[in-house]
Write a protein of this length. Sequence first.
Length: 328
Amino acid sequence: MKALLCTAFGPIDTLRLRDTPNPVPAAGEVVIAVKACALNFPDGLIVQGLYQTKPPLPFSPGAEFSGVILSVGNGVSDYKAGDAVIAFAGHGGLAEQCAVDAQRIMPLPAGMDFVQGAAFLLTYGTALHALKDVAQLRPDDTVAVLGAGGGVGLAAIDVAKAMGARVIAAASSPEKLQLAQAHGANQLIDYTQCDLRKTLLDCTDGAGPDVVLDPVGGAHTEAALRATAWRGRYLVVGFAAGDIPRIALNLALLKERQILGVYWGEAVQRNPKQHTANVRQLLQWFASGLVRPEITETVSLDKATDAIARMSCGETRGKVVITIANCG
Ligand SMILES: NC(=O)c1ccc[n+]([C@@H]2O[C@H](COP(=O)([O-])OP(=O)(O)OC[C@H]3O[C@@H](n4cnc5c(N)ncnc54)[C@H](OP(=O)(O)O)[C@@H]3O)[C@@H](O)[C@H]2O)c1
């Protein structure tokens, strides 16, 4: 089979498309013929050895994907060959076949095609976990979403709107903000063109947003935290800008703000019941049209390296999906 391989941790352009042996399912695993694999920001970090998990080499990046089960290992009784599924495996999806622990798959939901299925779980799961479980969002809250034209950002807008909140979307270009608006954002901020703190305060009559969801980090973090409301909740989701901000804790004290970490992958392992309930909620919202992954590009496997590189420097919008087999 063909696989995009990382043979040594290093620059993204060292990834190579190679022929490798087909995987065989170990006990508890299934082998999936991958149809589509969505890119996520950590895919670029994992090949550089900069992510919190470092798979044994060689490996294929690609954390979440969809496909059809080819074979099942001993002890797998919930799935059989031919089942259409989506998988969150952490890596392995940028290949024609992938062996995955059966605990990390679920049936492809009704009404969802393979491309949407590949692009659903990670960003929407993160957004709902962050806003519901961590921030305990209320319908009368105002949420500011940074990086609002990215995968997590657009999912967070959908989820916040589905929960009844008002959304201020902040991003770096009119094109990204246009997508945020199409997903229901009430107010738009281009943070390359203004003082983010002042503009967030202006957008909220001086009170500041009740919740800030920050997948970007860098210089935006302190500005947005300084604008956060009395007893507001600041969600630390990621550092796509590269810098992990160092924040003076008086900013928490002065307005009794809470700075809250979000780690969806770990939360899924620690509280599977909560995860199952969240997925059920997301699928209900998907069925009623309230949440929908914004797939801006579908790209073939031989162009995946370029797509990962573009995503890693903030050039993509919404979700980029690599199509590996016919998704019809
Ligand atoms: N904590 C968790 O559980 C969890 C779960 C999923 C993802 N994450 C993290 O959340 C972050 C966003 O993930 P994503 O999949 O939404 O990524 P994405 O689609 O690539 O979006 C990231 C956004 O960050 C902004 N950005 C600013 N500087 C950037 C730079 N130098 N390079 C790339 N992007 C830059 C861009 O928005 P602007 O151009 O508008 O600034 C971009 O749209 C990542 O750090 C990821 O690791 C965390």
